[in-house]
Design a protein around this ligand. Sequence first.
Ligand SMILES: C[S@@+](CC[C@H](N)C(=O)[O-])C[C@H]1O[C@@H](n2cnc3c(N)ncnc32)[C@H](O)[C@@H]1O
Length: 201
Amino acid sequence: MIDCTAGSGRNRENNEAGSPILINEWATASYGTAFRQLCCEQRPNGVKDLSLEPMTNADILCGRYQDVAPQWMESLKLTEPALGFIYCDPNGAQDLVEGLKFFAWAANHPMFECLDFIFHWSFTAYKRNEKRYEWSQHSLREVVDYIATIKRRAFVREPINQWQWVFMHCINTDKVRPAWKSERIVEYSEWKSTYGEKVLS
Ligand SMILES: C[S@@+](CC[C@H](N)C(=O)[O-])C[C@H]1O[C@@H](n2cnc3c(N)ncnc32)[C@H](O)[C@@H]1O
């Protein structure tokens, strides 16, 4: 499991466990010690706080995930394709879009092609910057269409609040269908016909 943007481990306001801890608790309960976890965080203070959390089989690296994750992944020296997921939850959109080359690399690597991708990012953050910077040269529609094709299938949650936060779950297999009606997560084609005109234009 790879948490690209792990943060400090806890929500500063209520001390609730964040994604690196939740992933570690779930993996330990499910697999004992038969897993490896990577937590990347670019802020040294976040890394310091996260390092104080007791976690099993977790490596914490300080740096941009695009720079530090590939080397860690290669260092595993896998002989069989890894199962699990890569999770990216940046503060807006830029740090996801700037990682698209990394995700394409992982999606096409024989040892990492089976990993699911889970993205939580803000469409509003992208739209506000669309065509203004090097990282935002494409339209939001082009970016989302591209992400939806990195893997064979993509499932997307309805956008939340004025920031239009969405979850995207990209997978390779047709054997599972992680649509989740109560969470309003549907396959991308259905999502696009419901929200596409309003949200992507
Ligand atoms: C929204 S927070 C993550 C929260 C975390 N998922 C949780 O549930 O507690 C985003 C974090 O990603 C870090 N970050 C942003 N871009 C990054 C990058 N390219 N590489 C590594 N960390 C990054 C930020 O410093 C910030 O701490």
